[in-house]
Design a protein around this ligand. Structure first.
Ligand code: PGA
Length: 260
């Protein structure tokens, strides 16, 4: 089975030059090592402002290694008076194939609600951009043993009215990202993450009317030393934040996942 590694650059790096350098160093390595990457797909999600230049870099190289572009967010309306927002079509026109939706930083810092996340998911699927829906509990919720309750709520509300018959949920990717593990250097232990994975597999089974189920990724302080542990317990891939900003470290993560 193919594994997916998503790089979420967040609000980094600070210049286009650095963005191109980071992108090219990962991409060139992938190109040279495509023989060991048969079963790995790499998706890089830079800030909006770098998407156009990076998509041009993808087009200019002759062979097509397995790197694709994703956005970190999108707006649900098609066009019009929505200052500061970016439409699904704008992303599509740049060659963006994936979009992160409902990241906990957007939920917590910008007050993104389940209703907004639901609209964004629908807009992405309608535009045939594959959404990566982020869900996860806070430390307080974990301590109160509310993990499954919270995840159920986020999935039910996020996916409200997204019937498999109308929306092609085959393209849905779910990222389990415990909020307390993001950017803290304190990842969720693979054994604990596995319990959540099994719950999510069961919960998402009825979402699909074909045999294809949503892919489920783990995210939260992933580094090259632990990356493979999540693959070993059954995750379909990883969502990597901080460690994706260092090309050597990110390449190590790719190498370790590729071995499985
Ligand atoms: P992190 O971020 O790897 O820096 O913890 C993950 C994420 O927020 O997607």
């Amino acid at each position: 089975m193919e594994k997916i590694i998503v790089a979420n650059w967040k609000m980094n790096p600070q210049s286009l030059l650095e963005a191109k350098e980071l992108f090219n160093s990962v991409r060139n390595w992938i190109k040279k090592n495509s023989n060991i990457l048969q079963n790995v797909r790499i998706i890089i999600c830079p800030p909006f402002v770098y998407l156009e230049s990076l998509s041009k870099l993808l087009k200019t190289k002759s062979s097509r290694p397995k790197v694709e572009l994703g956005a970190q967010d999108l707006f649900w309306e098609e066009k019009g008076a929505f200052t500061g927002e970016v439409s699904p079509k704008m992303l599509k026109n740049l060659g963006v194939k994936y979009v992160i939706v409902g990241h906990s930083e957007r939920r917590q810092i910008l007050g993104e609600t389940e209703e907004m996340i639901n609209k964004k998911l629908k807009a992405a699927i309608k535009m045939k951009i594959k959404p990566i829906l982020c869900i996860g509990e806070t430390l307080k919720e974990r301590k109160k043993e509310k993990i499954f309750q919270i995840l159920k709520h986020q999935l039910r509300e996020g996916l409200r009215n997204l019937e498999p018959r109308t929306y092609n949920l085959k393209s849905l990717i779910i990222a389990y990202e415990p909020v307390w593990a993001i950017g803290t250097g304190n990842p969720c232990k693979p054994g604990d993450a596995r319990k959540v994975l099994l719950f999510l597999r069961k919960f998402t089974q009825p979402l699909s009317h074909s045999s294809t189920q949503p892919l489920i990724l783990y995210g939260g302080s992933v580094n090259s030393k632990i990356a493979k542990d999540y693959i070993e317990v059954g995750f379909d891939g990883l969502l990597v934040g901080g460690a994706s900003l260092n090309s050597n470290e990110f390449i190590e993560i790719i190498k370790n996942v590729a071995k499985h």
